[in-house]
Design a protein around this ligand. Structure first.
Ligand SMILES: [Fe+2]
Length: 245
């Protein structure tokens, strides 16, 4: 399997804190059958917009090189691809224009787009359209956990109609974020609003990098072929910078 959303690199955000934790997460992922992980630290180190505290391309790529070496030394067969968790906002967009933001695999074709926790700014559609016009497809992360989308799923449909993709978190489907989120996840999946599933792993205990259990659940809901594609073929196309459909 391929995981396109993870906070596995250490000491960059609220994910892994140390190399030991990163390696422990890598062990869990490998055991679970994940063979490729896209490391996607939050663009702003503390998840607060501060242009002096950013995880720019250079910082993330350096950390990736270090991690690859450590995985080799520890005989962990996990491939790490660079990426970033990009928050919706004008400051982020300026950094993207400036070439400081790492898109998935640095291809400038796909970008994880995190909506604000409790709002859906009116400019969201315009920003998504703007990104698309530059050849970058936004991947809306965990819409099932977004308060406004829970109330108004048609807002997500609008973004998908604009060409955005949507990524569900595996743990949402297995109940890790509560019953309401699980139920809403199932609804979005049945409506065909979800294209990808990822771990959004932050640590080895509460939010570990596992997809196996969620894949079983997903297969029951939408059939094995479509479920598998969400954690294999489609993520691979995204990493390759190829069209998904
Ligand atoms: Fe994330």
């Amino acid at each position: 399997m391929i995981d396109i959303h993870s906070h596995i690199l250490p000491d960059l955000d609220d994910g892994a804190k140390t190399w030991e934790q990163s390696l422990e997460m890598a062990r869990i992922a490998v055991e679970d059958g994940i063979r490729i992980m896209v490391a996607t630290p939050h663009l702003f180190k503390n998840r607060v917009i501060d242009v002096h505290q950013i995880n720019n391309k250079e910082i993330i790529l350096y950390r990736i090189t270090e991690f690859r070496q450590k995985l080799l030394e520890n005989n962990l067969p996990l491939e790490i691809i660079p990426g970033c968790d990009f928050p919706l906002g004008l400051e982020s967009l300026e950094l993207l224009q400036d070439g400081q933001v790492l898109t998935i695999n640095d291809s400038r074709r796909y970008l994880l787009l995190e909506l604000p926790d409790t709002s859906l700014p009116p400019a969201t559609e315009e920003i998504c359209y703007h990104l698309q016009s530059q050849g970058i497809t936004p991947i809306i992360t965990h819409p099932e956990r977004h308060f406004i989308i829970q109330e108004m799923p048609q807002k997500l449909k609008r973004l998908i109609d604009l060409g955005c993709l949507a990524q569900i978190t595996g743990q949402s489907l297995t109940g890790g974020f509560g019953r309401a989120v699980k139920k809403f996840s199932r609804q979005l999946l049945k409506q065909g609003y979800i294209h990808l599933m990822a771990t959004d792993a932050h640590d080895s205990h509460h939010r570990p990098p596992r997809l196996g259990g969620a894949l079983t659940e997903l297969s029951r809901l939408i059939g094995e072929n479509r479920a598998r594609a969400m954690v294999t073929d489609l993520p691979q196309r995204i990493i390759n910078g190829e069209p998904c459909f």
